[in-house]
Design a binder for this molecule. Structure first.
Ligand SMILES: [Zn+2]
Length: 353
């Protein structure tokens, strides 16, 4: 499909849902600067321009340094309210109507010494104000973190699981698993994910990003993964691809993040089109938008411009964001119907069902 300005406009206006984005990795440079000033945190950069340059992806260590620096600028409930509210404003600008946002409670608790009475109160206020002002809906995914030290990893997992279960009726829909995948196989986390699932939370681990198919198999077999964060390296195992297609287990694909982190050399090497063609449910996401200089409009444009997917296919991928969300069935149905109506109204070409 030719990527015309008409197509580009459609893709900007079309309603979207995002299932894979980290709140701590989504703080805009200007907001981070404001938080650093407010809390007297000494960042290595002092202006938005310098910050944008600092944010530009170099390597994984630099990426973690920024992630930690961004997190350390947070102190009060107001700070958390600000980042959640601003995320809502960004959603509205991209026509993202619904998002399941990953947040790592253990980092805030152990690194900053903040209890959930502080951070979660702020997050919920920001979420409610964004809903009121912009009509956007947010839910939370609390993620277990693959830290390297055994005892600390255990403490983090205990804390995250307890707090996710406690807050599950206040918008926390799932237990995630993030951090460095290499050397941290999913199997280790099974007892905590089991506990969270038994309490009614969904399971959505990162797997198949920097480690291959064995990590995805592990996440499916031992964590009961209902969706896979990234999951793209499943493409290296035909049996696994067939399994995901048959069981309709969706993958949360973040193409620009994959290129920045060197999972693939370029969009041309990326397996998204092949996975979609094989029948794996694909969703499109940003991961950490300012760190990878991306946003949802950009990722959706990539589907057309780089992957050459046609509009009916792109619409299917966008609808998958709703279908594979953790919303209750009736709400999901309602949102899907609304998305389809808007797609028909906005479409520059007739959409064949
Ligand atoms: Zn991620």
């Amino acid at each position: 499909m030719k990527f015309t300005s008409q197509i580009e406009t459609y893709l900007q206006r079309v309603p979207k849902a995002e299932l894979h984005v980290h709140l701590e990795g989504a703080i805009a440079p200007a907001t981070l600067l404001q938080l650093a000033e407010r809390n007297r945190v000494d960042l290595p950069v002092k202006s938005v321009a310098e910050m944008q340059d600092w944010f530009r992806y170099r390597d994984f260590d630099h990426f973690i340094e920024i992630f930690v620096a961004a997190t350390s600028c947070l102190r009060t409930a107001e700070d958390y309210e600000l980042i959640a509210y601003e995320f809502g404003a960004t959603m509205a600008r991209q026509n993202v109507r619904y998002a399941e946002i990953t947040f790592s409670p253990s980092t805030h608790y152990f690194l900053l010494g903040l209890s959930h009475e502080i951070y979660f109160t702020g997050l919920q206020r920001g979420r409610a104000r964004a809903q009121k002002d912009f009509g956007v809906e947010m839910r939370w995914v609390f993620d277990l973190v693959r830290v390297n030290e055994d005892e600390h990893r255990r403490r983090c997992a205990d804390y995250t699981t307890a707090v996710a279960i406690e807050l599950q009726h206040e918008g926390v829909v799932a237990i995630g698993l993030g951090g460095a995948e290499v050397g941290n196989p999913p199997e280790w986390f099974a007892p905590w994910v089991d506990k969270a699932r038994a309490a009614g939370l969904h399971s959505v681990p990162h797997a198949g990003e920097t480690v291959g198919p064995e990590s995805v198999w592990g996440a499916l077999r031992t964590l009961g993964a209902e969706r896979l964060g990234h999951g793209v390296r499943a493409s290296e195992d035909p049996e696994l691809v067939a399994y995901l297609a048959e069981k309709k287990i969706p993958i949360e694909v973040c193409p620009t993040s994959n290129i920045c982190l060197g999972v693939y050399q370029s969009y041309q090497h990326h397996p998204l089109p092949a996975l979609y063609a094989a029948g794996v449910p694909v969703t499109i996401n940003t991961d950490d938008p300012p760190l990878f200089n991306t946003n949802m409009n950009h990722e959706v444009a990539v589907l057309a411009r780089e992957f050459q997917l046609d509009l009916p296919t792109i619409n299917e991928i966008l609808l998958n964001g709703v279908r594979y969300s953790f919303l209750p069935p009736a709400e999901k149905q309602h949102l899907e119907t609304r998305f389809k109506q808007e797609m028909e109204q906005l479409s520059p070409i007739p959409i064949n069902e």
